[in-house]
Design a protein around this ligand. Sequence first.
Ligand SMILES: CC(C)(COP(=O)(O)OP(=O)(O)OC[C@H]1O[C@@H](n2cnc3c(N)ncnc32)[C@H](O)[C@@H]1OP(=O)(O)O)[C@@H](O)C(=O)NCCC(=O)NCCS
Length: 200
Amino acid sequence: MTRPRRLVRRTRRLEVRPLRAGDHARWRDAHRAALPKRNAWDRGRREEDALARARFRALLRDQEKRRAADLFYDLAVFRRDTGEFVGTVSAMDVLRGLSQSAYLGYFLVNRHWGRGYGKEAVRAMLDVAFRDLRLHRVEAGIEPGNRRSIALARSLGLRREGLKRRAVFLRGRWADLLMYSATCEEFGISWRGETRPRAV
Ligand SMILES: CC(C)(COP(=O)(O)OP(=O)(O)OC[C@H]1O[C@@H](n2cnc3c(N)ncnc32)[C@H](O)[C@@H]1OP(=O)(O)O)[C@@H](O)C(=O)NCCC(=O)NCCS
């Protein structure tokens, strides 16, 4: 039997957990306070309409539905000292069956870049992925020009496995992805081979 999934982590400076209804104001304020777009992978400031309470509720419903289907897990990242929303870390496109794997996603509001929050939050997500979700392998697909993301993957000790050609349709073209990966054993976690964890 698998353990129920907690999907919550407290690290030295951050709290990582699913978004809740009461988070709307800090989620909205963090996006409002974003700096102008800093690189091609950044979202910069969002339109005010996209930050409305109704849109946030729809986002929560969508996230809950995808978690319940064991397909996609978005976890919000908050600073523990100020409570600010910092960003999102994700286990995307979960595959069970023979591979027990997912893609790793991460995005930080750009005011918080360069302070090690990315590393701290993604490390927590890896722990969630390997322990709570019982995944065996995670992969990050990074466009070759995304230096910050490559630096983050390397600093986490992910293994560079090669270039996947014309892998995803992004910004109007088929983009190559550098693949970085890790398995649970590399993070000191043994995988017992259950085929599918219980729903949250
Ligand atoms: C990718 C992203 C999460 C990185 O966030 P971050 O705050 O810079 O990450 P961290 O501060 O934790 O830094 C992680 C590592 O990268 C290094 N780093 C950060 N910025 C760097 C830069 N511009 N050049 C080189 N190294 C850099 C840090 O020094 C750290 O390495 P270290 O632990 O060995 O010192 C953030 O830039 C982001 O949200 N980008 C937009 C979305 C995105 O690109 N997502 C990934 C898609 S694949």
